[in-house]
Design a protein around this ligand. Structure first.
Ligand SMILES: [Zn+2]
Length: 368
């Protein structure tokens, strides 16, 4: 068996082993460590990375990894699972999205990879920000070992569990076929996981938001290995049913990768009525002006253009306009705003609407 060494954790056939990556030297003289668990089987096979909690208040993935990574799993595996229960221990300690030493989104901090511009003399590039340095360490292990990758997240407090199909980019005809193959593999993984799947934002917005620099986005788009992100409903809390179903889903993905025997386990997706066609994420509707919103819909609810999504009032409770914020799109409610106050253009909810774009896209886009 191939020995896999991640930080101080070293694989042993048929066993569970533990260690850590030194993530960041803190000015106070201690080191922030990222925990690593390795389950290695006794037969050759792929290496699958499971990562969680890059956003410090997204907890479900930690519990999934703790429950899933057992000696029994190691004994029954072909290949190796490397699990990282938190990629952001500093955020976890404070239940915040960001680490205290870098108040930027850690899930947009992975290397630019194939999207890097040529201007090597860019000052900012020479001095990567603190979490960019941590992300680089993780990325180097992904690059060295990962055949597959699954990153666990949670969305807003009131949101559905769903998998995200990232956009996949190609340069030209020479790598278009490879992008198509990756898209097929990504789709296979998401279907094996078994929960509702939504395409990510359209290609241009995906790049603008730096999703190609998210953990799974970088593995998929720069390292060209099948990877996806799953959003497991509410952040800040642990919901036992979501953990239980996600463990089954993760085992299904390991079966899909040929690493585990047994029939695919059926999983509940919590009564979500699936729209007839593939959807993509959209931040909609938005607040036309400042005010107070009271959501009228549930996560997973199907809505039609014109339906009220929230009551809309001033702080005295008096209606603004006709007293509602309505959707202009048919779709499914994915995630509802955690807050009651809104400012102009604030996002009231995230919806899934029919996806009219292919999953793969050319980058840089062809000149018109
Ligand atoms: Zn997240």
């Amino acid at each position: 068996m191939k020995t896999i060494t991640v930080g101080t954790a070293k694989s042993e056939p048929g066993k569970l082993t533990y260690g850590h990556i030194d993530a960041m030297d803190l000015p106070t003289g201690i080191v922030d460590r990222i925990p690593v668990i390795i389950a290695q089987g006794t037969e050759e096979g792929p290496t699958f990375f499971l990562t969680a909690n890059i956003h410090g208040n997204e907890l479900t993935g930690i519990a999934i990894i703790h429950e899933l990574m057992t000696e029994d799993l190691a004994k029954s595996l072909r290949g190796t699972v490397v699990a990282i229960p938190t990629q952001n221990p500093a955020g976890f300690r404070r239940y915040t999205r960001y680490p205290d030493y870098d108040e930027r989104d850690p899930n947009r901090a992975f290397p630019e990879g194939r999207f890097a511009k040529k201007e090597e003399d860019d000052e900012d590039k020479k001095y990567p920000k603190p979490y960019e340095q941590v992300a680089r360490k993780l990325y180097e292990y992904f690059d060295k070992y990962a055949d597959y990758h699954l990153d666990f997240h949670n969305h807003t407090l009131r949101s559905i569990s769903y998998s995200i199909l990232d956009r996949i980019f190609y340069k030209d005809d020479s790598d278009k076929e490879e992008a198509e193959k990756l898209a097929e593999q990504q789709k296979g993984m998401v279907e094996a996981f078994g929960m509702f799947g939504s395409a990510d934002f359209p290609a241009k917005k995906y790049i603008n938001l730096k999703y190609h620099r998210s953990a799974s986005g970088a593995v998929l788009n720069s390292l060209r290995r099948p990877a996806f992100t799953v959003e497991l409903g509410s952040n800040n809390v642990l919901v036992p049913e979501v953990i239980a179903e996600s463990i089954k889903g993760t085992r299904n993905v390991l079966r899909w990768a040929g690493m585990l025997d047994g029939a695919m386990e059926e999983i509940s997706d919590f009564g979500i009525e699936r729209p007839p066609k593939r959807v993509r994420r959209i931040e909609h509707p938005r607040a036309p002006q400042s005010g107070i919103v009271k959501l009228l819909v549930d996560p997973g609810q199907l809505v039609k253009a014109g339906d009220p999504i929230a009551k809309f009032t001033d702080m005295h409770g008096r209606p603004i306009g006709d007293g509602f914020i309505r959707t202009e799109q048919d779709g499914i409610m994915i995630a509802l705003r955690d807050k009651m106050d809104v400012y102009p253009n604030d996002i009231v909810s995230e919806m899934g609407v029919e996806d009219d774009e292919p999953i793969i896209a050319q980058y840089p886009p062809p000149k018109e």
